[in-house]
Every structure is written in C-alpha cells, then in structure tokens.
Design a protein. Structure first.
Length: 261
C-alpha cells in the first residue's frame, strides 16, 4: 500500500444532492442511507477530482494518503454492472482497451470526468492529426483541452502537468484576431472574467493548479479596460498563495484589437 491522491468527504457539509455520484465516471461515490456521499471502494477512486467542480457545498477535497491503488479494471466492472456498457466505456484508463466507447473522430476522450457532458474533460488533437499530408486548415484552432472556464477545470487534470498555461480574460479572444496563433499556440487555456464571475475562490483554485502541476510558464492575457486588471491581481495572489516560483508574464490587448504589451 502506497500514498495516492484520493477523495475525502466532509460529511457535515454534504447536502445529499448526489451530483458527485454522477460526476464520478468510475462510480466511486454513492449516497448512503442518511443521504450523505460516501466512498464505495477506494480502488474505484482515480484521484482526478472530477467530482470537486460539481459539489455545491465544498464537502469534497482531494487528499494524499495511504490507500490501495486505483484499479481501472475493477472500476470498469463495477460501472458496467451498475450503469451499463456505455457508462463503463468512460471509466478512466479503460475505455478503448475494453473495446467500448471509442472516441469520436477528431477527438481524444480522457475518461477522468463525468457529470454534465459540456464540462467533460478531454484533450484535443492538433488540427493536422488524422488529415492527409500536405493539406492545411485555414484558421485552425490551437485549443488543446476542455473545459476551459476556471469554475469548471480541475487542478488535477493531467494536461496541466508541466504545461505552459494561459489565463485569459473572456474578452481577449474576441478583441485579438490573432489570439490563437499569437497567444494560445502551445499552451493550455483557462478563461475567466474578473468583473462578472463569482471570483471568491479563484485565487485558491489557481494556487492549487500552480502547486500541483510544475508549470513551465504562466501567461495572463487581459484587456486595457480597468476592470480587467482584476484578473492580473487574482493571479498574482494565487502565485503568492502557492509558494511556488513561476515564470509569470502579462499580455495586454486594446479594445481596438492591438496587442499593446
């Protein structure tokens, strides 16, 4: 038995909504007779934290402690029996090996997320992958992961490991016509709006992303409008909270679409 990341539930905070039980593709969580979330078996928990983003009360967190290793095959059998073949095909580490649930053409599914299909985590291949050699794609997207909104991303998503991370204010991609080739290429992306989002937990969540992922660089893209500078302050606070030295850069876009810094 070795240390691993695993879910921990603060029972007093759990309101019995059940969202975590569906967000966990591996079936590691269930509601007990008191309508509280419990860990079914530790070997079903992959420690990726897909359940964290859907918990409305903050009752869930990822801790590191001694436990039996995650067993993808056991999780697959468990989900197959309780939810059926289609759900079992999304179990982390099993999908295609089991012969079920092949990813859609042009997309590489990563089965560590569940819940709302719109927030299911996945990696996205480069535009040229799977296309005939010599053909190019005009205006090809440089986006390489999903989801991207700060409320939805998991700090433990594997695509953040040793990444060049871009944190962009929502408006930047619309103002800067060359956003994809000039700012996003080669980076993973998180978007947020410091004015319209509920940002109370943003600094701590970003700090956890920084702590967990040994980022190569961190770039913040903001607009010249005054409210947008709030995102830069949140990221600065996150870096300080993390206690991790980061190669931090700022890019600034004018409302006329010019990259001014």
């Amino acid at each position: 038995m070795a240390k691993k990341k695993i879910i921990e539930i603060e029972r007093e905070l759990c309101d019995g909504c059940g969202l975590c039980t569906t967000a966990c593709a591996e079936g590691a969580l269930a509601l007990d007779e008191e309508n509280k979330a419990v860990l079914v078996r530790e070997i079903y928990c992959d420690g990726m934290g897909a359940c964290l983003d859907v918990c409305p009360t903050g009752a869930l967190k990822i801790v590191e402690r001694e436990s039996d290793n995650y067993d993808s095959r056991a999780a697959y059998v468990h989900v197959f029996k309780t939810r059926g073949e289609e759900a079992a095909s999304r179990v982390h580490g099993i999908g295609e090996q089991a012969g079920h649930g092949h990813p859609a053409p042009g997309q590489k599914r990563v089965a560590f997320s569940g819940g709302c299909p719109g927030s299911a985590a996945c990696e996205i291949p480069e535009a040229g992958e799977g296309r005939s050699e010599g053909k190019s794609v005009s205006g090809a997207s440089e986006l390489r992961q999903w989801p991207i909104q700060l409320h939805l991303v998991s700090p433990y998503a594997p695509y953040f490991k040793q990444a060049d991370l871009l944190i962009a204010a929502d408006c930047t991609a619309f103002a800067l016509g060359s956003f994809h080739p000039d700012l996003l290429r080669g980076k993973k992306l998180i978007i947020a709006c410091p004015k319209l989002d509920e940002t109370e937990e943003y600094a701590e969540k970003l700090a956890e992303i920084i702590r967990q992922n040994d980022l190569r660089s961190l770039t913040v893209a903001i607009m010249t409008v005054p409210c947008c500078s709030g995102l830069w302050r949140i990221v600065e606070q996150a870096v300080e909270l993390s206690g991790v030295p980061v190669n931090l850069q700022k890019r600034v876009i004018h409302i006329d679409g010019k990259l001014v810094a």
